[in-house]
Design a protein around this ligand. Sequence first.
Ligand SMILES: [Zn+2]
Length: 444
Amino acid sequence: MKRIPVVLSCLVAFLGISTAGEARAQAAPPTTVIRAARMLDVKTGSIVPSASVVVTGGRIVAAGANVAVPSGANVIDLGNTTLMPGLIDSHTHLLQNYEGRFGSDDPNMVLTVAAMGTTKRALLGVAMGRQDLEAGITTVRDLGNSGWGGDVALRDAINSGWVDGPRIVASTRALAAAGGQFGGLAPEAQKLIEQEYVVISGVEDARRAVRQAFYDGADVIKVIVNTGPRVVSLEEMRVIVEEAHRVGKRVAAHTTTDQAARIAADAGVNSIEHGYSLPDDAIKTMHEKGIFLVPTDYPAEFYATALGTAATPEERASRLAAAKPFVTRSADRLTRAIKGGVKIAYGSDEYYDAPGKTRGQSSLLTLQAYQEAGMPMLEVIRAATINAAELLGIGDRVGAIETGRLADIIAVDGDPMKDAKDLQRVRFVMKAGKVIRNDAATRP
Ligand SMILES: [Zn+2]
């Protein structure tokens, strides 16, 4: 036992901390064994029958068929389910939950930033994060729209064990051209912008903004390359990438036009977010430079039902008709990107309140959109596991059920290799060895 100064030992006695705690800490951590009828190996695409995963100290120490159960282990039998790695959403906004009744993005953003403030938004993030985790999303990359420091506070609270939530890779405020993604604000209201974005103009501004983001606690840099006619230049993007890559960090670029996609790809970012409009030459550059596409797509019904609660059948039909060409175009660019050898990572970009669904459940609709666009289910699952883990720079720790990795494990009913909708029915969630939910053992 280390010598403890008198004052500290009084404090220890006062807090009731005894040497028993020390003895506990030295004992071997408890071992849990998870059993299920099947386990998906996301690397090979094979299904392992009669699977067991042995978890000690938050990590996987053995996994496979007919693995021996260590004596004294706590066994969780999940019956007729399929074990998979925890899902990874590479594009979240946990600190906002827009409501269709307030209109679209512009009024919602003003209300959120001006009326809620960062403190309350961080608490909203606790609720949204919990909903993601319970739906099987064990890691997220949260890409801005989180106030000034809100995402970092939530990340650190989760890491400290204050609240349960997904592991967070945080971007802090997104870098953007004038105005960020705010709609037209009156001059006296434009102070709101810096609560949500760092406006850059020129390469030295861009450099300063990246360094400020790291000072604020960013794990990754998010850039809004285009918003209306305001576009970050190639020179600015190159400096952003240079500053981030120098310290081993990555850059995520929001693009929705051909021009913005070309700027982001030429600058050598790590991922293009959305990329709704993606010319073939940008796809070629992405393939050559190993740039991921994060297609934040949704099935057509989502646009018809989730955005706005009071839709009449007529409104719903007209929204569905309006959404279909967009959904078809998105499916086409996803197919072209995959054909062009671009790596795909799953990202939902979900930030609207979806009636009847938790944040996690509505976020998983994106996987359904990938399948409906023609992506084979194994590739859909890889986008949400090993590919996303690689994009986030944590490919050695999460994304697969393998010895040595963190025990982020989910169980689903049915065969997730057939239908993405099965991924919306998660029965069991474990994050780093902690059971978050288990409906599999108790269901009739
Ligand atoms: Zn987004």
